[in-house]
Design a binder for this molecule. Structure first.
Ligand code: AR6
Length: 173
């Protein structure tokens, strides 16, 4: 059984097996949590991202790739590319669910047992947080139900009190 909980704060400070990055398909770093992860982890993360892009090209929306975590206390970064919100009729929901599912799948394949997610797509990419949160939780619960021994703990690492309130309410059920 996996434990699912919410924590409010900077994901780069978490001592977990994997932090998930809300990346872009070029894997070149950027703003938001992506920028924070590359700043905190140092240049090795971008070097590994460059090597991945050289090997397999860009990371499509909904997919995930893995690197080390450089100078961060976590061990790995799972970079996933969330959908840009275009009003909700462009497959955003299933693409966002794929991010959570594929990130956990990658964690499972690498034997990583504690995983922290930011609120993927809800910053620069504009996905409404109140729609993203139940979807994220459903995708994670579904994965954990299908793979009960895969991970010990999934943390939703929110960055605002508003997002914290959303997840606290949803986790009551
Ligand atoms: N720890 C945890 N969460 C954070 C942190 C942090 N240090 N910093 C920001 N957040 P965003 P997106 C939250 O914009 O919408 C980048 O340029 C933030 O408050 O980081 O998927 C990439 O390169 C929000 O709740 O990601 C892409 O181009 C959440 O992380 C694009 O932005 C996601 O916001 C991806 O946009």
């Amino acid at each position: 059984m996996s434990k699912i909980r919410v924590e409010c704060g900077d994901i780069t400070r978490l001592r977990v097996d994997a932090v998930v990055n809300a990346a872009n398909s070029g894997l070149r770093g950027g703003g938001g949590v992506d920028g924070a992860i590359h700043r905190a982890g140092g240049p090795s993360i971008l070097q590994e991202c460059d090597a991945i892009r050289y090997r397999q090209g860009c990371c499509p929306t909904g997919e995930a790739v893995i690197t080390g975590a450089g100078d961060m206390p976590s061990k790995h970064v799972i970079h996933t590319v969330g959908p840009v919100w275009r009003g909700g009729q462009s497959d955003e929901a299933s693409l966002l669910a794929n991010c959570y599912r594929n990130s956990l799948d990658l964690a499972m394949k690498h034997g990583l047992r504690t995983v922290a997610f930011p609120c993927i797509s809800t910053g620069v990419f504009g996905y409404p947080p109140e729609q993203a949160a139940p979807l994220a939780l459903h995708a994670v619960r579904d994965f954990c139900a299908r793979h009960p021994d895969a991970v010990d703990e999934v943390i939703f690492c929110v960055f605002s009190r508003a997002d914290e309130a959303l997840y606290v309410e949803l986790l009551k059920d």
